[in-house]
Ligand binder design. Structure first.
Ligand code: GLC
Ligand code: CA
Length: 615
């Protein structure tokens, strides 16, 4: 029997049998990230577009999606796929027009869905007119909208950047500007100069651009790199931790800096709250729960939600120089990481998110599942669905996850990798002259590269997978297996990954007290094969002070048969009171299947099941 120490309920919750009237809508919503370049191309130019998204809204609605998060669609030179914005109020022409965004918003709203945009305001593109003005002279009024610093010089007179910091894309964070003879700061590529949030006029301009879209009906923002606006203004060198490199990781110099909560609080008050806009921030390099809570505590009035990356970064060699050196990890590490980020909000007024894919990571079925054979692929993709759908927090899906899209095939050449980060890390390895490093980086990229999630969406078995017209040239190569893995093939097939997602997304809402809002308790943390946990509701089945509603989720994370756990013992009830709610093998029906599916039966390869102590 498991010890159920009662947990403190969060102040925002109304207690007693599922009356969550005061809770914000976005807690129960299912979000879905659309990567617009690769979702659906309406005009045969090989590049996805807004009309393409519009044409598939019914598909998303039918899947059970409530909110679409659209990755950046703004005017941009596309050096970092639109995360380098040159005009926040214009749409990149290949995506469409501002009016197309209006139509998409109305079409979402007409279906009871919402749309959030991607707000990239840690930096702009170097093509943004703000930066063009800023770099034009030291006395330009916008000079201070970016971060300019004089050079340092070595004893021998060599010009050196102001600090030794390494940026994200394998270079210094500083680029020399010949015209005004100063360096500017960029945490990412040189074409992505960091805005200076210390400057109030700069912040005003950002808020005005946010309001532009909220006035047009956008429902909120996913906020890029949200914890990097406040830098430590001492601009000191970072300690040398990567001795082979001139550039050193320095996140402590520019992540969660001294004024970050002030800036975010102001942004919320000025440009989110007046619109009732929802916000979900990208919170990297923040591995302590005590650091995350101040961002997501309701009373702190900062962000509604954040993405915390400990889980999705498993297997990488850290955020900086060794990122693409793959480190296999045991299941117990995955379990402990999930457990930590599931339970950190318990007893607080904070909230969390659930996700295992996005546009910056490899595909979940290839990283956490097993994509080596069609059977293992299907079984593990469904188990991943069940895992995600039963976790606490707001659920975010990434396009293609719902049909089990896989990583790019391992035998594709490095030329198929289009991402600036992949290219820079690979070239850095080649430049080092270290052949092992090149091999390891190449291998790591085949698992972890951002490119895997960016290949065209697989709609059907026609040439180009239905992403773009036959005969058109998609901007990235279509997966070799698109004839086997696509929406058309799975739609209506009850055993498919897609139909399984639809079912579990419904169940998640039907039992939201347990799945979306329940507490999380890991069972048997050391078990390297089975991932089992109990979700517990604040509700009882109508009896005041009665036993809480509980669900036991049991997931076989191996291809071998595994013994099932002691279901009744763990749920704390008599075997006769256990109900089988759903599973990846039965196809997900509940009730009657409970009897057939004896709890003693071993779990087959990658099988997942959910048992509950209520009917
Ligand atoms: C975020 C985005 C990523 C982008 C970076 C710079 O991490 O998710 O795609 O490259 O910010 O904007
Ligand atoms: Ca197009």
């Amino acid at each position: 029997m498991v010890d159920y120490t009662p947990h403190v309920t969060s102040p925002g919750y109304t207690n007693g049998n599922g009356l969550y009237g005061k809770e914000p809508w976005w807690k129960d919503a299912t979000f879905y990230q659309v990567y617009p370049a690769s979702f659906k191309d309406s005009n045969g130019d090989g590049w996805g577009d807004l009309k393409g998204v519009l044409s598939e809204l019914d598909y998303l609605h039918d899947l059970g999606v409530d909110v679409i998060w659209l990755s950046p669609i703004f005017e941009s030179p596309q050096e970092d796929m639109g995360y380098d914005v040159s005009d926040y109020r214009k749409v990149y022409a290949p995506y469409g027009t501002v009016e197309d965004v209006d139509s998409l918003i109305s079409a979402c709203h007409a279906r009871g869905m919402k749309l959030i945009l991607d707000l990239v305001v840690n930096h702009t593109s170097s093509q943004h007119r703000w930066f063009q003005e800023s770099r034009s002279s030291k006395t330009n009024p916008k000079r201070d909208w970016y971060i300019w610093k004089p050079a340092r010089y070595s004893p021998t007179g060599e010009r050196l950047p102001p600090t030794n910091w390494r940026g994200y894309f394998a270079s210094s964070t500083w680029t020399w500007d010949e015209l005004t003879q100063e360096y500017y700061l960029h945490l990412y590529a040189p074409c992505q100069p960091d805005l200076n949030w210390e400057n109030p006029a700069c912040r005003d301009a950002i808020y005005a651009d946010m309001q532009f879209w909220l006035d047009r009906g956008a429902d909120g923002f996913r906020i890029d790199t949200v914890n990097k606006y406040s830098k430590h203004t001492s601009y000191a060198d970072a300690p040398v931790t990567e001795p082979h490199s001139p550039h050193q990781p320095a996140p402590e110099m520019w992540c969660n800096g001294p004024r970050i909560h002030e800036f975010i609080g102001e942004m919320r008050a000025r440009a989110l709250e007046p619109y009732g806009a929802v916000s979900v921030g990208e919170l990297s390099n923040t591995p302590l729960a005590s650091q995350v809570l101040p961002y997501v505590s309701a009373s702190a009035k900062q962000l509604d939600m954040v993405f915390e990356f400990s889980m999705i970064r498993l297997g990488t060699g850290g955020g900086f120089g060794a990122k693409y050196i793959h480190h296999p990890f045991p299941l117990s590490t995955l379990k402990a990481t999930v457990a930590k980020w599931q339970s950190f909000i318990e007893g607080t007024d904070g909230w969390t998110t659930v996700f295992c894919e996005n546009h910056d990571n490899g595909r979940a079925v290839s990283r956490f599942g097993d994509d080596s054979t069609p059977e293992l692929w299907a079984a593990s993709a469904r188990t991943i669905a069940l895992w995600q759908a039963t976790l606490t927090g707001t659920l975010f899906l990434y396009q293609g996850q719902e049909v089990g899209m896989k990583n790019m095939p391992a035998d594709w050449s490095i030329d198929e990798y289009k991402d600036i980060e992949s290219g820079n890390f690979y070239r850095e390895a080649v430049r080092s002259g270290d052949e092992k490093r090149v091999r390891d980086t190449r291998h790591g990229l085949s698992i972890l590269a951002r490119d895997h999630s960016r290949i065209p969406f697989q709609w059907d078995a026609s040439p180009n997978a239905g992403f773009t017209a036959e005969g058109a040239k998609p901007w990235m190569r279509v997966h070799d297996e698109y004839r086997d893995i696509n929406v058309a093939k799975q739609r209506g097939d009850p055993g498919s990954v897609l139909e399984f997602y639809k079912r579990v997304l419904k169940l998640r809402k039907e039992y939201k007290d347990v799945f979306i809002r329940g507490t999380f308790k890991l069972i048997d943390p050391e078990n390297e094969a089975v991932f089992a946990y109990v979700k517990e509701s604040e509700r009882t089945n109508g009896v005041v002070g009665g036993t809480p509603r509980r669900a036991l989720v049991v997931l076989n994370f191996t291809k071998e048969e595994q013994p099932c756990v002691d279901v009744a013992g763990i749920l704390g009830c008599e075997p006769t009171q256990v109900t089988f709610l759903t599973g990846t093998v039965s196809g997900g029906e509940s009730g009657s299947v409970a009897k057939a599916k004896g709890t003693h039966k071993p779990l087959t390869s990658w099988e997942g099941r959910v048992y509950v102590n209520f009917a």
